[in-house]
Design a protein around this ligand. Structure first.
Ligand code: KG4
Ligand code: ZN
Length: 358
């Protein structure tokens, strides 16, 4: 039997320190040998958001411990590891640097390849950890920092079809949660609040719904939430506002996803259309249900990562590392963190800047 490739992956781009080991298999679905994640919620919650210096310090304190834990759990001997993959961007530069320095040190000590991974590509390919997935497919990436529709054409080959022109969807959830007095990161708890409320109680705006193709905008919604929250008199009305917010998001994604389906079909001729929804917000059950229905109505197959793979983790980073290892796409130890690393390097518009809204 030939020796199977084993990649150790590291993720420290924001407020999760994570290490995982994945192994190549014969069936195209890598085996996750271990996947350890340590969140910093407790460190940042009193500040209502991630404090970069505290996040980086915590990564420094934990990374060695977590790497040892991941290796121990995987039952792999250190000299069996074939390569070390690490997120090189996007993210907080001082946090990315902690993971990168550790990964480079490990790769050079073990004399094995070092592979820089785009964090967003980790999310984009995350369902490949449990599902066979052929290119091209349509991706909706919804996380704390990004909201984009992309045509995923191959490893490292992305065409952006739409993006947010202001806030990311996770940011909209977190800011709405904060307004309602929910601790950071409020997305998951806001979803729970919404389940107890009346989604028809408040009418909220759906910015650029009928223009801007499948670009997205959530800033106006947040302003409306802030204004409406001042009228709230009791706990039940908080639940009602959360439910109305959740319903509004589902309606926006319904309309914009149908636009993205059309855009995707214009550039991809295939008889099998797959639609992947990934990133932290893809854990939201209301969004999952709505997008499953919309996909089925439009002959797209909806694919969601397992819940454990929606949030930041290192299994997805190790898996992209494995794909890159197979095509010998290694990096030099000179690679530096890129806080603005993009998936579609040709996409012209940055957040908020100049998106055509005809
Ligand atoms: O992908 P992720 O873990 O980190 C980034 O790369 O940004 O995404 C984190 C975001 C946060 O904004 C969090 O509130 C949101 O995902 N999130 C959710 C849910 N679970 C996590 N938002 C809505 N509903 C959820 N169930
Ligand atoms: Zn992420």
């Amino acid at each position: 039997m030939t020796k199977k490739t084993i990649i150790l992956g590291i993720e420290t781009s924001c407020d999760e320190t994570a290490v995982a080991l994945v192994q190549d298999t014969d069936n195209d679905i890598p085996k996750v040998l271990s996947n350890v994640v340590s969140s910093q919620f407790d460190i940042h919650k009193e500040f209502g958001g991630v404090v970069p210096e505290l996040a980086a310090r915590s990564h420094v304190e934990k990374i060695n411990l977590l790497a040892n834990k991941a290796i121990l759990e995987s039952k792999v001997k250190i000299n069996e590891i074939s390569g070390v993959a690490c997120t090189s961007g996007p993210g907080l530069i001082i946090c990315l640097s902690v993971g990168l320095n550790f990964a480079k040190g490990m790769a050079s000590t073990l004399k094995i390849p070092f592979i820089g991974v785009n964090h967003l590509e980790g999310h984009a390919l995350s369902p490949k950890l449990h599902t066979k997935l052929e290119y091209p497919y349509l991706l909706l990436l919804i996380s704390g920092g990004h909201s984009q529709y992309l045509s995923v054409n191959g490893l490292g080959d992305y065409k952006r079809l739409g993006t947010t022109i202001d806030d990311a969807l996770g940011e909209a959830y977190d800011k709405t949660a904060k307004i309602l007095g929910i601790e950071f990161p409020g997305g998951p708890k806001l979803e729970e609040f919404g389940k107890r409320g009346n989604p028809y109680k408040y009418k909220l705006p759906k910015p650029i719904l009928d223009k801007g193709g499948c670009n997205l905008s959530f800033a106006g919604l947040k302003t409306a939430i802030l204004r409406t929250s001042k009228e709230i008199k009791n706990e039940q009305e908080k639940f009602d506002l959360a439910a109305s917010f959740q319903k509004t998001i589902e309606e926006i994604l319904h309309v914009k996803t149908e636009k993205a389906f059309n855009e995707f079909k214009k550039i991809n001729m295939t008889n099998k259309y797959n639609f992947v929804v990934a990133g932290g917000v893809a854990a939201n059950s209301g969004i999952r249900n709505k997008l499953t229905k919309v996909s089925e109505e439009n002959n797209f197959k909806p694919i969601f990562p397992d819940l454990s793979l929606c949030g930041d983790n290192a299994a997805m980073i190790a898996m992209v590392g494995l794909e890159k290892y197979k095509v010998k796409n290694f990096d030099s130890l000179d690679l530096i963190a890129n806080p603005r690393l993009a998936l579609d390097k040709n996409a012209k518009f940055l957040k908020g800047a100049g998106v055509e809204l005809k």
